[in-house]
Every structure is written in structure tokens, then in C-alpha cells.
Design a protein around this ligand. Structure first.
Ligand SMILES: C[S@@+](CC[C@H](N)C(=O)[O-])C[C@H]1O[C@@H](n2cnc3c(N)ncnc32)[C@H](O)[C@@H]1O
Length: 253
């Protein structure tokens, strides 16, 4: 059965910024990774497509000079971005991947950070991204891919989570094919270790906010069972080390 579409105006907007906060060092690491695949000249015009609450958007302007256009379909996510993630080089606009409110050939890079899997019409999105990119421009797709995923730290408590995510996320082959049809081909596939929380207690606190769209596809009963498993695990002594996972970044151009 196909999964329902997750609308960030419903629940996720209220918890996303706290539940998915990114440590400055992790943010800096991502910026280095993006820079490694973009031209050295500055400024670069960047679209943060599906920018959410602007978790990465100001850092993109700091790194690349801007302008950086944060494009986001959820009005409530956008409102939070405007209120909390302002930057002189950033503007936030209503739009979505298949309807980018920008001119043809006007940007150097399009970042889709954990947003591509939410796009209903991926072929239209790839064509639209190709339309706004300047010649030589790059697409940065940070996404898990269904054919490369393994269970992360929190998924040990929620037995169905990995299977749900394999349905939520496209395979690398699917993403590559959809962009190839729009004339964009892979340039690099980079995997980095991303720290999600400084220790397990912090990871659990963030997890309780349910700021992960996977939870939207579970029943309240199975969520409660999962948190009971987590509580039992923590009662036995939470680990001091950071929780981390491997994150894929696909670069196309
Ligand atoms: C997991 S959040 C990621 C937000 C941000 N990129 C980040 O990493 O913090 C996914 C975002 O994709 C947005 N989204 C949903 N459908 C979209 C679409 N068709 N085009 C672009 N973004 C979309 C959601 O509203 C949500 O803000």
C-alpha cells in the first residue's frame, strides 16, 4: 500500500526545529561537503529546495555568498524559517520542487536536503530543477536511498521503521533515472558520518518530539511500544557517545 503524503503543516512544523536541530560542527561539515562539489568562485546563487524551517539556509548564504532562495511548500515551516532563520543573503518563497519560483538558468546550485522523497511528481521536479540551473550548475541531493539504507540508532526500538523508510525513500537507481531524463547525470556519490545527538540521552529527548516523518506512518500503539522499549534501554544505562549514522549525498550536473 502506498504511504500517505506527509504535510508539514499538520504536525511536523511544531516540533521540527527542536527535534531535528543540527550541531554547528555538523552544519559546517555539510557546508564543506557541498563546497567540494561547487565552483570556487563567489558568490554563488543557491536554491534550498524544501528548506523547511531554514535549518541549513543561512549557513548556505554564509558559505556561498548568496543570494540563497529557500523554497518551501509548507506555510507553517516557512513562517518559522522567516521568524528564526533570517539572513541578509536569504529570502524564503512559497513553491515546491515541481514549481520553483525562479527564472530559467538563474542559479548555480540546487540543494534538496531530505526533501526529494516528499515530492509527488519527481519527473516534473527534475525538469524544473534543470530549468532553473545555469549551465554547469549542480544538484545536491542529500537523501537516504532505499537500496542502501541500514537501520540507525533509533530504529532498534521501532521494528517497522526501517521497512517504512524503504517505502518512503526512492532507490539510487530511481533518482538517477529521473534526473537523467532531465539531462542531469551523477557527478559524485559521497557518504559522510553525520552526528545526530551528542549522547543517547539527548538523542532520546529529540526522538520523543517525533520530528521524523516515519512516525506519521505508524500507529499510536506501536509508537508507544517503541518508546517503552527505549525507556527500558535508557533505564539500563544510556551511552555517553554520540549517535551518528551514514548519510548519502548525490551530486548531479
Ligand atoms: C525533512 S524536511 C527537510 C527540511 C530541510 N531541508 C532540512 O533539512 O531541515 C522535508 C521538507 O520538504 C518539504 N516538501 C514537501 N513536499 C515538497 C515538494 N514537493 N517540494 C519541495 N519540498 C517539499 C516539506 O514541507 C519539508 O519542509
Amino acid at each position: 500500500m502506498a504511504l500517505k503524503r506527509v504535510d508539514y503543516d499538520d504536525n511536523q512544523h511544531a516540533v521540527y526545529a527542536r527535534g531535528r536541530s543540527m550541531a554547528p560542527a555538523t552544519l559546517a561539515r555539510w557546508m564543506e561537503r557541498f563546497a567540494a562539489h561547487l565552483p570556487d568562485r563567489r558568490p554563488l546563487t543557491v536554491v534550498d529546495l524544501g528548506c523547511g524551517v531554514g535549518r541549513l539556509t543561512p549557513a548556505l548564504a554564509e558559505t556561498f555568498g548568496g543570494p540563497v532562495h529557500g523554497v518551501e511548500p509548507s506555510a507553517r515551516m516557512r513562517e518559522i524559517a522567516v521568524a528564526t532563520a533570517g539572513h541578509p543573503g536569504v529570502d524564503y518563497r512559497a513553491g515546491e520542487a515541481a514549481r520553483i519560483p525562479l527564472e530559467d538558468a538563474s542559479v548555480d546550485a540546487v540543494l534538496m536536503f531530505l526533501s526529494f522523497h516528499h515530492v509527488p511528481d519527481r519527473a516534473a521536479a527534475a525538469a524544473e530543477i534543470a530549468r532553473v540551473l545555469r549551465p554547469g550548475g549542480r544538484v545536491l541531493v542529500r537523501s537516504p536511498f532505499a537500496d542502501r539504507m541500514t537501520a540507525g540508532w533509533w530504529q532498534q526500538f521501532f521494528p517497522r521503521a526501517l521497512a517504512i523508510e524503504k517505502q518512503m525513500f526512492p532507490t539510487l537507481v530511481e533518482v538517477t533515472a529521473v534526473f537523467a531524463a532531465a539531462g542531469l547525470t551523477p557527478v559524485a556519490l559521497v557518504t559522510i558520518e553525520e552526528v545526530y545527538a551528542a549522547n543517547e540521552a539527548e538523542a532520546a529527548e529529540k526522538l520523543r518530539l517525533r520530528a521524523i516523518s516515519t512516525f506519521e506512518h505508524m500507529s499510536e500503539a506501536e509508537i508507544a511500544e517503541g518508546f517503552a522499549r527505549l525507556d527500558a534501554y535508557l533505564a539500563a544505562g544510556a551511552g555517553d557517545g554520540p549517535t551518528a549514522g551514514l548519510s548519502d549525498l548525490l551530486v548531479l550536473g
